[in-house]
Design a protein around this ligand. Sequence first.
Ligand SMILES: Cc1cc2nc3c(=O)[nH]c(=O)nc-3n(C[C@H](O)[C@H](O)[C@H](O)COP(=O)(O)OP(=O)(O)OC[C@H]3O[C@@H](n4cnc5c(N)ncnc54)[C@H](O)[C@@H]3O)c2cc1C
Length: 475
Amino acid sequence: MQIDEIALKPDLIALLGEKKCCFSLEDRWTYSFDASKERGVPDAVVFPSCSRDVCAIMGYAHGNKIPVVPRGAGSGLTGGAVPLNGGIVMVLERMNRILELDTKNLCAVVETGVITADLQTAAARENLFYPPDPASQAFSTIGGNIAENAGGMRGAKYGVTKQYVLGLEVVLPNGDLVTLGSKCIKDVVGYSMTELFVGSEGTFGIITKAILKLVTRPETVKTLAICFSSIQDAGGAVPLLLKSGVVPCTLEFIDAACLQAVLARGIGDELEQQIHGDTKAMLLIEVDGSAHEVERDAAMVLKICKESGMLSCRLARDPDERERLWQVRRSIHGALMGLCPQWLEEDISVPPASIPMMLDKLQRLAGAKNLRILCFGHYADGNIHLSVSEADAPLTPQQALVVKKEIFSETVKLGGRIAAEHGIGSVKKEYLGFNLDEPTLNLAMGVKKMLDPRGILNPGKIFPQQIWDKGYGSD
Ligand SMILES: Cc1cc2nc3c(=O)[nH]c(=O)nc-3n(C[C@H](O)[C@H](O)[C@H](O)COP(=O)(O)OP(=O)(O)OC[C@H]3O[C@@H](n4cnc5c(N)ncnc54)[C@H](O)[C@@H]3O)c2cc1C
């Protein structure tokens, strides 16, 4: 059945009421994109306010074979929340209640439309800490973070979202509601299915509630911005640091071009005066813990960086200065967009010790093809974010394709992965073969078909078209 043969508007209004549905072109257009360049206009947008609403929509969509695309804040960078095949966009933003902050068991129970930063603020009020901190935390949702297994700056010490998900409530594509996991730290009842939904990019089920682990808030932090004359020098410091027993909470790197792009926008003025003229790479290192541990660790960081050829160091003197240093890091994406809105942007990971080698390969590629390649990322996680253009213009789509394949192929040669924390979505699905062989892709399709036999939940994402057609047929 075609969507226009179904009475979508009256049916959805009957299920949810008028205030939870939008059908005007303006409203539908508003939900036709995320933070990627992908576009697709839905037939309807719905705003459920409880799990019951979600079950009703999914039961209806399953019965009528209508595509449904879950959406949090739409900050995804790989097209995950874009309705490429039309259908219904389901926006979870009204399911934004923190249901419980359990200070005795150190966990929170939340609806998944909660904004990441709101959970962090609520936890901090109880002297607790929710560590995952994607740079989009001010607007991204917990549901989007879980669906993408989002990482962040604090990954060096605290890991990524999956390490904090104890349990989930999920509405399956046929409208059934399941609860997975629990508040128990030890729980081997049945298969461990919670993890299956973490990083599933809205293709296995709609995550409606989550039990999230919290930790105690570190007493204090120290933040250091350290300049080096080469990424090799910066890279030399990292293994020494990690071997020294210091576990930095963040260990970010920024190349000179990214740094200049941010400073040119007037962000980080004070830092600019401290930056040595020969700087080619900066490490932004934060250590947290008790006051004593932090003093000791910061001194060790400084010692090792000095021995590794540090040019200069800026130590944040107070919380405001610390925030301004982080502002530099968080502003990179926006500053690069200001330079050239049409970058080819990639998010790759390699074993951390291979970062200098990968950056070297990228600079060689830039030289050979007259490209600009700007890099920053999470050093300890081996995660490089890179933006590519021609020296004086955006890449043509054909050039972008060639460059992308070359970057992925170099990544794989170093044992790396083509997606680190921004997911596959629609943007990278045809490149999955760089990391996954056909039997693995067939296995993933088998799981998808079992959970979503009609292929209605977020179609057009993750799976290469050929694998999708093999699983669901090509019509
Ligand atoms: C400036 C900027 C900085 C960023 N920095 C980081 C970073 O540091 N680390 C990082 O990992 N990412 C980062 N991102 C990417 C993005 O913010 C994250 O992927 C984030 O987790 C997406 O959350 P969202 O609520 O916006 O999800 P959306 O973009 O709305 O959706 C993302 C995916 O999750 C699915 N989804 C959303 N909610 C649900 C749900 N309740 N149930 C099932 N599926 C769901 C969607 O279908 C889609 O596939 C950044 C993006 C921007 C624009």
